[in-house]
Design a binder for this molecule. Structure first.
Ligand code: NDP
Ligand code: X2W
Length: 337
């Protein structure tokens, strides 16, 4: 039995983590955290868990968490994560961090895009980036995994096969991405109030979104040449899902069938990436750990489409995929629904 704790249990990503982990009979969820001093029962916070998990959300220290658990899912906002992860690791826990705190390799880049000084900079650059479709061999032995961002994994999965094959130019890639509102988390904010975002689509973070350096860094590693993207996220009036529509430039003439073949070969044996003929839609991946990818031509312009559920393949699902590899369970455990 593997004993697991979840920090930030009152949030959206944590709810999905709990639902997925409850499907693994060899996992026991032993601790849930919240800053609340009232220790609410998890079913008060997430009523859909009523009768499924009898635990309260406690304000626990890393040492108290480590006394009970072997693995910790850190589903806290960035900055809050790096304030606890060094202590969790020192106490002997293995950690999957859902935040952005350990994804980038350069503390100066982190500071520039996140506007915070990194307080654990020596782990940047050596922490394993948890995108199993790219680097599954590094995950089983890791003590700390940096779980990818939702926009980033959706974009990277769509572009990596072509970048690795040298079929697209590394610069000038346009990524137009749309997300459901749950991507912004459960903490109330003006922009995610129903009257503000319902029946409306708007771009945000134009030229400044913090997923830009993450996409560029990972794709640079994949292709071996410096990647530059123009990434524009949009908030869309749906609860969940991400669609990335991407416009890379081809380095040589190649047919749609050949490109789909490149994708199928790259993702052979990867259970959660589906290369499809039709244009992907978020409704077809909603509630699942799948990423659906396809390509089309508009004249000479190649267009790549990639769709995920931001809370599953974009957060909790890939976190459990990483955990399964770390703990020695089949990669798909709890994730096929
Ligand atoms: N939502 C998504 O689609 C995705 C989220 N992520 C990342 O996963 C992590 C969790 O996301 P999500 O569940 O959406 O976030 P939520 O805002 O829904 O939940 C985060 C929880 O962390 C707790 N918390 C602890 N410290 C703080 C703090 N200093 N400020 C605010 N909250 C705090 C809060 O619980 P309490 O108040 O009870 O202490 C809160 O409920 C984040 O790092 C996010 O960026 C990654 C990919 C996709
Ligand atoms: C709709 C929305 O607001 N989405 C979030 C992305 C969520 C995510 O993946 O962010 P992390 O890098 O923190 O994990 C945003 O744009 O900040």
């Amino acid at each position: 039995m593997t004993k697991v704790a979840i920090m930030g249990a009152t949030g959206y990503a944590a709810l999905e983590l709990i639902k997925i982990l409850l499907r693994n009979p060899d996992v026991e969820i032993v601790a849930l955290t919240s800053r609340s001093e009232e220790s609410p029962h998890i079913s008060e916070i997430h009523p859909c868990l009523t009768g499924r998990l009898d635990l309260c959300c406690e304000a626990l220290t890393p040492a108290e968490i480590a006394e009970r658990s072997d693995f910790v899912f850190c589903a806290l906002p960035h900055v809050a994560s790096m304030e606890v992860i060094p202590d969790l690791l020192a106490e002997g826990c293995r950690v999957v961090d859902l935040s952005a705190d350990y994804r980038l390799s350069d503390p100066a880049v982190y500071e520039k895009w996140y506007h915070h000084v990194h307080i654990d900079p020596t782990r940047l650059g050596s922490t394993v980036y948890g995108l199993p479709e790219l680097w599954s061999e590094k995950i089983p032995d890791a003590d700390l995994i940096a779980n990818p961002g939702c926009y980033t994994s959706t974009a990277i999965l769509g572009l990596a096969p072509l970048m690795a094959a040298g079929l697209i130019e590394p610069t000038g890639i346009i990524i137009d991405a749309k997300s459901g509102v749950s991507g912004a988390g459960r903490n109330p904010k003006l922009g995610t109030l129903y009257p503000e975002c319902n029946e409306s689509i708007t771009a945000y973070g134009v030229g400044t979104h913090r997923h830009t350096p993450e996409i560029e860094e990972v794709l640079t590693t994949v292709g071996g040449e410096e990647v530059k993207v123009t990434f524009t996220p949009h908030l869309t009036p749906m609860n969940r899902g991400i669609l990335a529509t991407m416009y890379p430039r081809l380095t040589k003439a190649v047919s749609r069938e050949e490109l789909l073949g490149v994708y199928r070969t790259f993702y052979e044996g990867k259970p959660f990436v589906r290369i499809i003929d039709a244009i992907p839609a978020t409704k077809n991946v909603s509630g699942t750990n799948y990423c659906d990818i396809s390509v089309q031509f508009a004249g000479d312009q190649l267009i790549v489409f990639s769709a995920t559920d931001n809370l599953i393949k974009g957060a909790a699902g890939v976190a459990v995929q990483n955990f399964n590899l770390m703990a020695g369970y089949p990669e798909t455990t709890g994730l096929i629904v």
